[in-house]
Each structure stands twice: as C-alpha cells, then as structure tokens.
Write a protein that binds this ligand. Structure first.
Ligand SMILES: Cc1ncc(COP(=O)(O)O)c(C=O)c1O
Length: 455
C-alpha cells in the first residue's frame, strides 16, 4: 500500500476505524472493531509463508513468531506460555475445556460424570454440556443464579458434597447482562473437593482485571473478536495439570489436544490485541462505566417502566476494591462488566425496539438469540426468574473502545420515540379480538406502521 493510500485507509485515520453503514455502534459484546495496529500486524503476517511445524528456515521463523505471540498473550493475562492453546475462538476453547476436561476426568474415574455449569452460560458452554448429557452419559447440573444473575454458591457447595463432579464451568462475566461471577469462591469450593474449574472469560479480558495465575482457575477461554482481533482467533489458557482429551484429532499440535496447522497471523494479531486491551483495561473500565451509567440514568429519566438487569450500578464501575495482597488482587463477583447495560422495557418487544433503533442508525442487541426471526426469551433472564413476557422485551447496549459520549446521547435522544412506537405495536398485537358491532376506537387511531416514524 502506498503512503498516500495508507493515509486514506480507514485503518489509518486516527485510532477509531470507520464502521461502514453504522452511525452508532453499541453492540461491542457481539463483536468489536479490529484495532488498527492489530489489522496492520495481521496483514503483515499474511504476506509471510511458513508452517510452524516445518523444519526449513521459513517454518522455523513461523515457529519463532508463533512462540513470541504465545509469550505475549501469556504475559498479558498472567499465565505461562506453555499454558496457552491457540484456538479458532471462544466456542472452540469452551468445547475443548468442557468436553476435553470431562472426557479426561471420566476416563480416569468412570464415576466422575457430573458437569456443573452456571444456568446463564453462553451456549458455547451450555450446549456443549447438554450435548455431553444427551450423547455421552454426562449428568448435567445447571447451577442456579439469584435474581441479579449471581451464582448460588450454596447450590455448588451442595453438589460438590455429593461427589462425582468431573468439571465445573462458570463464566467470568455474562455476555447478556454483564454480571461478574464470584469465581474466587467457586475455585475455592471446587478445589477443596478436588474438582477442576473452567471459566469462559470471553467477555472479561480487557474489561475487568483478569490474571489467570491469581484466579486459581484450571482453564479459561478467550476470544479475539471481542477485544480488537479478527474473528476466528482465540485461546484456551489451561494449566498443565488440567488433563484434556482432544476434541480434534490430527497432527498433534498444541500439546496434542488441538490439532490443526497453527494460524501464525491470527495468533500474533490476537496476542497484540490482548496486550493492548489489558494495558488499557483500567482506564477503559472507568471510562466505559461512566458512559454506561450516564446511558442508564438518562434512559430511566426519559422512559417509564424501564429496569436495569443485574447488580446495581457501582458509580465508578470498578468491579470492587482491590484489596492488598497477591491472592486477592483480582476482584471478582462484586460488580458488573463496565460496558454492558441490559434493560427490560415493559410493554415493548425486543424486535420492534431493535428495528426502531436500527432505523435511527443505532446498532444494539437484545442480548439473546433470535431463531427464525422470532425473539426467544433469554435463558439468562428466565434463569434469573424473570417472566417470559418481560424477557422478550430486553435491550442490550454494549459499549466498547470506540464508544463516545455522542453515541450515548444519540441513544438517549432516539429511545423515547422508539419505545413509544414499539409499545403501540405491542398493544395493537395484544389487543383483544374485536367483537362484531362494537366499534374499535383503537383501530380507528391507526396502526403504528400507519402512523410511522420514530420521534
Ligand atoms: C461469553 C461468550 N462465550 C463464548 C462466545 C463465543 O465466542 P466466539 O464467537 O469467539 O466463538 C461468546 C460470543 O458471543 C461469548 O459472549
């Protein structure tokens, strides 16, 4: 690329890449823009050749660059290089930890059949555990959470007391509502019973303090496209003592548990993105928390019957005070993800809200899956005891590195009108059937679509 062309490239214009077609992007938990420095490193690597398993000079050079990335990633998250297993993303890392951990433990002792996961895990963990239960004799236990989404430690403790637990998996921060789980206590309880613990840290790295060694975890998953690296990059960080049975078989790469030619470009892009995200984490956590609080407070002022899901806002947004001493240097279970604001808006359907926001140029999410165009009630909200109707009226704004005050102001300006329209559409859909001869004055007022337009 020529210098002039590079200056014109969106990746070169300041630090915020241009998001084509989106005015206000508040769906960073779904995926966040690739950082310009990372895109540059990735592109640079793509121009090289060499399989890290080859013996020639190009292969040895690729191996050296790969191992540098492993060291860089490990240092950023408080792990040893040998603990890093590169994967294609968070889903693969979760599958390897849950299936691989279960198979290895059960292989050593056939009585270890229980897979215990929190009821609000991402499908990458939940569906994996369900698959083991349906096809491989596992006894799946969904650990309860309270009305804020915080894990019920009493349930875990009682389960561990019964014995037979192969593996425990509890996410670090939840992707829908942003609650941070009490991992310190989870690890303490599980280890006292001799049970390994995996955590899906996909939404934690770069957002809250993450230090693998201090966490005491046996394994944790991370994903590149949630922190500024390309989609298709990720890692499982796993202690050498955490036995894993391979999920994929082949050339025996990555300690023999994750076969497949190693993606050097992806690994290097991931390692740089993790390093940068972790270096900026404390400042970003404070900045995003302020923006999130401002968003939630302003929306509550302007729209009635709106509720924030999960623990109360913490003001500064810190995930809790950082007490002295290395063992407690990682605050866990005391707060929420700084960039996730999950709201339920009574009397409005998520799909109408999302469409209205989209028409106003704002990209948000309901936080949960939409199957065949129909918004499903989130399993997270249902596990928290919300009724299904309210669970279908969820809106998740997830803020990230490129989010500005103007983005928040745009939401606050657009949302009241969007909610009004969505509520009218909801009311029209749920209006009792018209009886013959009885005038329907509501129908005479016209449908939302007929009236059209967000305020
Ligand atoms: C908590 C959590 N775990 C796992 C995943 C899956 O990660 P990936 O998209 O890299 O497979 C996601 C993605 O949404 C997530 O939010």
């Amino acid at each position: 690329m020529s210098v002039r062309a590079r200056e014109r490239s969106p990746l070169r214009r300041g630090t915020v890449p241009t998001l084509v077609g989106v005015t206000v992007y508040l769906d960073h938990a779904a995926t966040t823009p690739v950082r310009p420095e990372v895109a540059e490193r990735y592109a640079e690597e793509l121009s090289r050749v060499g399989n890290p398993s080859s013996l020639h000079t190009a292969g040895r050079d690729a191996r050296r660059r790969l191992e540098e990335a492993r060291e860089q990633l490990a240092a950023a998250v408080g792990a040893e290089p040998a603990e890093v297993i590169f994967t294609s993303g968070g889903t693969e890392a979760d599958n390897l930890a849950v299936k691989g951990g279960y198979w290895a433990r059960r292989g050593a002792d056939d009585g270890l059949r229980t897979v215990a996961v929190s009821a609000i895990e991402h499908p990458a963990v939940l569906e994996t555990a369900e698959w083991l239960a349906a096809h491989d004799g596992a006894d799946l236990v969904r650990l309860r959470v309270d009305s804020d989404g915080v894990l019920d430690l009493g349930h875990l403790e009682a389960l561990l007391g019964r014995g037979g637990v192969a593996v425990v998996s509890v996410m670090w921060t939840n992707n829908e509502i942003g609650v941070v789980q009490p991992l310190e206590q989870v690890v303490h309880l599980a280890h006292a019973a001799g049970v390994p613990v995996h955590s899906d840290a996909v939404q934690a790295v770069g957002h809250v303090t993450v230090h693998f060694a201090l966490s005491g975890l046996d394994a944790m998953s991370l994903s590149g496209h949630k922190l500024g690296a390309p989609v298709g990059t990720g890692a499982l960080v796993a202690r050498r003592s955490f036995a894993l049975t391979p999920v994929e078989h082949g050339g025996g790469q990555e300690r023999g548990v994750r076969s497949g030619t190693l993606a050097v470009a992806g690994a290097r892009a991931l390692a740089l993105a993790v390093e940068l995200a972790v270096a900026e984490q404390e400042a970003e956590e404070a900045r995003l928390s302020r923006l999130r609080d401002r968003l939630v407070t302003a929306v509550r002022e302007k729209v009635d019957r709106v509720a924030l899901t999960g623990p109360a806002l913490t003001g500064s947004g810190r995930t809790g005070p950082v007490p002295a001493g290395p063992a407690s240097a990682v605050p866990m279970g005391q707060g929420r993800h700084p960039g996730i604001a999950h709201l339920t808006i009574e009397g409005a359907d998520a799909d109408a809200l999302l469409l209205g926001l989209d028409m106003a140029g704002i990209a948000a999410s309901s936080g949960s899956a939409c199957h065949a165009g129909v918004q499903q009630a989130s399993h997270v909200l249902v596990a928290m005891g919300r009724d299904e109707e309210l669970a279908r009226s969820a809106l998740r704004f997830s803020l990230g590195r490129t989010t500005t005050e103007e983005d928040v102001d745009a939401v606050v300006a657009a949302l009241p009108g969007v909610v009004e329209n969505a509520r009218r559409a909801h009311a029209a859909r749920h209006r009792p059937a018209r009886r013959p001869g009885v005038p329907d004055d509501a129908a005479a007022r016209g449908s939302v679509v007929a009236q059209g337009g967000a305020a």
